[in-house]
Design a protein around this ligand. Structure first.
Ligand code: RIB
Length: 334
């Protein structure tokens, strides 16, 4: 059986680099990562943790996430783990870094090891992959970002209505020209929030598509988007960001520019991560029911695992968001 040393030699990297990639604890370049993946495939190397999965005595589910560095996903993982542990299941966390080849590689390894079930909270689940899992009788529940597969239970929040809640709130506090920082448009949650914003404001005389700028769902993206938006429209007085990370980046950029929040520009985010109330000013946000979503996904998957022979109708379970009003939009009149 190939060892980590063999993989390192074939990939032309150090053993430490291979270990960092397997354990996701440190930087590995994309090129090195691809060479390591190729070497693992050629040598049919499987990290010890995957071999342990074959131990049928411990029922195990996998949670596939796109970005474990974003608190939204770690808070989601918290809920999934709590419920699974209550029900006697071990949770195997798979972080894909938004890369489809990593998701495919995880799915292959999990299928080989006959994982008991999968909660898919990422982007790249294809119908082909789903069919393979179905053939292996492995239940899948999709969480948050619906993929274009059919016949899968999906738990999500009402992104479109949540975006409109944010815009209405900014208008209610007196904003006269509202910009939007949007997430990657290949991700359905980002698309739905942009659509919610645009459908609400497109009838206003001040609206133009140049009031929207990309933030890539990242903090740095939020900072960059503020630079872009203020160059295009120095007169904006409200910003709705499609997630809290981008909103926090926007607050940082506005602070650096000496722009007062909310007096000059009010800022509203989306997600409801705990970090939103730890920053100054505290961030108003459209809060997703993160824990409830993770809990519902875990309970649904365990139910499908334990009633494996039952035919479950795919359903969409949409849980409502709520508006948490904090200092980033609280103006004197409030
Ligand atoms: O912040 C990460 C975003 O990606 C969240 O809004 C969540 O809905 C996911 O789609």
């Amino acid at each position: 059986m190939a060892t980590i040393k063999d993989v390192a030699e074939l990939a032309g990297v150090s053993i430490a680099t291979v270990s960092r990639m397997i354990n996701q604890n440190g930087y590995v370049s994309k090129q090195a990562e691809q060479r390591i993946m190729d070497a693992m495939e050629r040598l049919e190397y499987e990290p010890l943790i995957f071999r342990r999965l074959a131990d049928r005595s411990m029922p195990t589910i996998a949670l596939i996430l796109p970005d474990i560095t974003n608190p939204f996903f770690s808070e989601l993982a918290r809920a999934v783990e709590d419920i699974c542990q209550q029900r006697g299941y071990t949770v195997f966390f798979c972080n894909s870094d938004n890369r489809d080849f990593k998701e495919k590689s995880y799915l292959e390894a999990l299928r080989k090891r006959r994982i008991d079930g999968i909660i898919y909270a990422s982007n790249y689940l294809t119908q082909e992959e789903l069919n393979k899992l179905r053939r292996d009788n492995i239940p899948v529940v999709v969480l948050d970002r619906s993929s274009d597969t059919e016949k899968c239970t999906l738990i999500r929040c009402n992104n479109y209505e949540g975006a409109q809640l944010a815009v209405k709130h900014l208008l209610d506090i007196g904003c006269k020209k509202i910009a939007h920082i949007y997430g990657p448009q290949e991700i359905v949650t980002a698309q739905e929030r942009l659509n919610g914003y645009e459908d609400y404001v497109k009838s206003f005389s001040w609206y133009t598509p140049s009031l929207m700028a990309p933030g890539h769902f990242q903090l740095e993206g939020g900072m960059q988007a503020v630079e872009t938006l203020l160059l295009r429209h120095p007169d904006i007085d409200g910003i709705f960001a499609g997630n809290d990370f981008m909103a926090i980046g926007a607050l940082k950029a506005l602070h650096r520019k000496g722009v007062k929040v909310p007096e000059d520009i009010a800022v509203c985010g989306f997600d409801g991560i705990k970090l939103a109330e730890m920053i100054e000013p505290e961030l108003t946000t459209v809060a997703q029911p993160i824990y409830e979503m993770g809990e519902k996904a875990a309970r649904t998957l365990v139910q499908q695992i334990e009633a494996r022979d039952t035919k479950f109708d795919a359903e969409v379970i949409e849980i409502n968001v709520s508006l948490n009003i904090r200092d980033s939009t609280r103006r004197d009149s409030e």
